[in-house]
Design a protein around this ligand. Sequence first.
Ligand code: ADP
Ligand code: MG
Length: 617
Amino acid sequence: MTLRRLPETTVNRIAAGEVIERPASAVKELVENSLDAGAHRIEIVLREGGRSLIAVDDDGQGMNAADLALCIERHATSKLPDDDLMAILHLGFRGEALPSVGAVARLRIDSRHAGTDTGWAIQVDGGKVSAPEPSSRARGTRVEVRDLFFATPARLKFLKTDRAEFGATLDMIKRLAMAHPDVGFTLKDDQRTAFQAGAEQGELLDARAARIARIMGREFVENALVVEAEREGVRLTGLAGVPTYNRGNATQQYMFVNGRPVRDKLFTGAVRGAYQDFLSGGRHAVLALFLDVDPAFVDVNVHPAKAEVRFREPGVVRGLIVGGLRSVLAAAGHRASTTVAGQALGAFRQGTLPETPRFAMPMGGRGGSYAPAHSSAAAREAYANWQDPGGACGGGVAESGGREFIDPSGRVEMVDEDGATPSPEFPLGVARGQVHGTYIVAQTTEGIVLVDQHAAHERLVYERMKRQLGESGVARQGLLLPEVVEMDEGHVDRIAARAEELAALGLILERFGPGALVVRETPALLGQCDVRGLLNDLADELSEFDQTTGLQDRLQDVCSTMACHGSVRAGRRLNAAEMNALLREMERTPHSGQCNHGRPTYVELHLSDIERLFGRR
Ligand code: ADP
Ligand code: MG
């Protein structure tokens, strides 16, 4: 065995394995160098996904002949003037990128230092350096990387298709461009310009907003909330999409620390935590968040590619992100995504009337076509419930102040509350009717709102329950007559085992001999409820939970189940006062714009949209 020092080229190739993983990471290093050099305009060209050529051209401060000779040497950097790793102010500092690229590809750097009168070029071919020679470069730096990984064929094999590699680079450029709105970026391949963003004007925040709109789209900006929070010297700013504006993956989550794009578990975890109440498992928030912190409190030197960061106080950062996001989401209240109305409008437009008229007169020969049999039966039942609300749990329904007309088919209920005019005070409008026992139609100052009463109620129950749990405990109401519910013994066991937890959620019950439970009190916020149905569903639900899962950890599910048996379930006829009470509560309640699964609880159509539907505009 001979112990020896590895030759520089080998060391650089090993380092390259960590720093330069694929074309996108080479582009990242080169573009960061341009940014560190104070460039205002950066142009990137890729050929074959970056495999045959990567060229990055900037108008930064450039390098002179001596700099050029040094910059391709290992650990040569201009960015740590006093060797202080606690004060990292540039994107680079490791002095590894250029020697790494030079070791695994054919590298050419052509540059002219500002204030000198000749440009210089240098070439490194798989680690072989040639002497600098004069060039005709007018200003800034151009770096060309040809035949990436030709010197490390093993790595070459791991590259994906040209298109996938180009896509990864495009994503990288978008992230860098978002962090540096005052710099113009262009990304091209052989055929086309894939991305272009001119330098944005104005103050940082305005420029950033413009850049975000350019990259993530106007629609996102219109559906986003402004985030601004600060804690112990750490500042969080940015835009966070309302929960109903969500995506099937997390690619639309842009996060930055001190102007450096990061993909960090702490960030993604905190974002998931903040949105957890509003999004079901497979959906992801859309956002752009910028964290600014004293460089001494963050370590960007965790990984050679610097995509991960480590904070000195991760708890503070996590708390800031979760708290900052939650508070804007709460302040946004019932706001749902505007694209929801757009989708609704699209759906309306696609509608075509059937050949045969469906709207036959109820008294005419075609009686059956007026309303599907099942729906009119359901409607009749709903109507009966409304007439006699003393259902399973007893109690009454608030009297309506308005007049009500029951359509003979039982499908549409018109209400017209005297004196109830839409006003800006009521963003969700004044209830005008209920259709199919399920949707509330309300008139606003600017259009109409359709509310899914069941989804909305589910959300309200959840929010109220959370609030009450956090304050004085969930309020209960006693049943006039305790209700005995017979069930199979397995179900009884399962529920009885959770009696204590259920009591905390407002449901007081106990075992009642074999195969039965007796319920004495129910959560007041459910109003009159169907106890039997509730217990059956709870038992089903519990059979899916792990023994060790606390009910409070699954509060969303439990509340959904409870809400299903509360007084405002779908198919339940509501009078005007009840509908308006629901709308007002939605306006007051944070997060009521989406149900527990991230679906909207209401859609709004502006008069202008409706006019467009009818070709009036
Ligand atoms: P680092 O960025 O960590 O310092 P690099 O290997 O990426 O290491 O670059 C080495 C040095 O080369 C930099 O410190 C900088 O002085 C110089 N350099 C690289 N690219 C440019 C550029 N586009 N414009 C001006 N100087 C550059
Ligand atoms: Mg660098």
